[in-house]
Design a protein around this ligand. Structure first.
Ligand code: IPM
Ligand code: MN
Length: 380
């Protein structure tokens, strides 16, 4: 029997509660489809950090690397800790450590889910965003430069950005801050190729590439060139370019146009929150951080919602769906689609739903109900 070894990081806030429901449903499916999941919990998150000052250590990451097939993550973020510490120290650290260069975010409106767009339904909202996940403005290169900065450093900053300050920074004490976005040929090419391959596998006819090449021409002009180059390997798939500002408009106006969307990191962060809304809200938006040849990590795209911690009211559907994506990546395709179909069934039947979706059920009721639905649909 196949055994999948999963490292679990429940994280903060509602993390443990929603992960528990994911485990419930995945365990049930594994029973039905004859494989086994071995879960190993890791305590990394706010409490662990406050107790030990450790975010996530190289030792832990290496241990996961040598013992796990995949990572299942709840959510990170805690009001006791300054924003950015846990996100950068655990989430981004793990994405980068495992070189999870694809951030896969299905934007799919399930039958029965509430869509805020007038006259749009499940047929109109069904596309995939592939977000580059290791480069761009996420590389962490930047600083604040004040009057102590050397002339030479200022020259570098000036030329890097072509900024004309119009005043003498050295003598007028005007501080500057800078952060550099970096794209590499390799880093862009691999994620763009992943997008075209996925489009091909799904029979999509078009890939839309996002950028802001009209202004940030150095990096996104480069991105466009790489899209052009990779696209020549896929003569049966059309490609087009959308500016990031325009695509936010088109996602709302004509979501039915989109099939496969590939985007640099930061724009992908922004447009997938919008994507989450048009698919019925953050409660229904899963994501995968994928290294196609390594260890991937699956998570809901929402945060840790600290104010609902421990109340058993949070919506676990995004997390359960992320679990389904994890099974897909592990090769358990049948189990993966059984879970997604079951979620859709649950949403459509509108009986057992959490408060955010207009219901009155508890977090734990959702997993329990899904276990029943999974069983029913499996026997059909
Ligand atoms: C996301 C989140 C993260 C990101 C944060 C928490 C670092 O917003 O997964 O979309 O910016 O990638
Ligand atoms: Mn985000």
């Amino acid at each position: 029997m196949t055994i999948h070894k999963i490292a679990v990081m429940e994280g903060d806030g509602i993390g443990p509660e929603i992960i528990q429901e994911g485990i419930k449903v995945l365990d049930k499916v594994s029973e039905l489809h004859n494989f086994e999941i071995k879960w190993t919990k890791y305590p990394n998150g706010a409490d662990h950090y406050l107790k030990t000052k450790e975010l996530i250590s190289e030792d832990t990451l290496n241990e996961i690397k040598s013992t796990s097939d995949s990572i299942y993550l709840g959510a990170l973020g805690d009001p006791r800790i300054k924003p950015g510490i846990l996100e950068k120290g655990i989430l981004l650290k793990t994405r980068f450590f495992f070189d999870q260069y694809v951030n896969l975010r299905p934007i799919k409106l399930l039958e029965g889910a509430d869509c805020p767009l007038k006259n749009k339904g499940p047929k109109d909202i069904d596309f995939t965003v592939i977000r580059e996940n290791t480069e761009d403005f996420y590389v962490g290169i930047g600083n604040r430069a004040n009057t102590g900065t050397t002339k030479q450093e200022l020259e570098v900053i000036r030329s890097l950005y072509s900024i004309k300050f119009g005043l003498d920074i050295e003598t007028q004490g005007s501080e500057i801050a800078y952060q550099i976005g970096v794209l590499s040929q390799k880093g862009s090419e691999r994620v763009i190729r992943y997008a075209f391959e996925l489009a091909k596998k799904r029979g999509d006819t078009r890939v839309t590439a996002v950028d802001k090449a009209n202004v940030l021409n150095h990096i996104y002009g480069f991105w466009r060139e790489i899209v052009e180059k990779v696209s020549t390997e896929y003569p049966d798939i059309d490609h087009e370019f959308n500016f990031v500002d325009a695509i936010t408009m088109w996602f709302v106006k004509s979501p039915e146009h989109y099939q496969t969307v590939v985007t640099p990191n930061m724009f992908g962060d922004i447009i997938t929150d919008l994507g989450a809304m048009i698919q019925g809200g953050l409660g229904l938006a899963p994501g995968g951080n994928i290294n196609p040849n390594g260890i991937s990590m699956f998570e809901p795209i929402h945060g840790s919602a600290p104010k609902y911690k421990g109340l058993n009211v949070a919506n676990p559907l995004a997390t359960i769906w992320a679990g389904a994506m994890m099974l897909d990546e592990l090769g358990e395709k049948k189990s993966s689609s059984l879970i997604v179909n079951s979620i859709e069934h649950l949403v459509k039947q509108k009986k057992i739903l959490t408060k955010d979706m207009g219901g009155a059920s508890k977090t734990s009721d959702i997993g329990t109900e899904l276990v029943k639905i999974v069983d029913e649909l499996n026997n059909k």
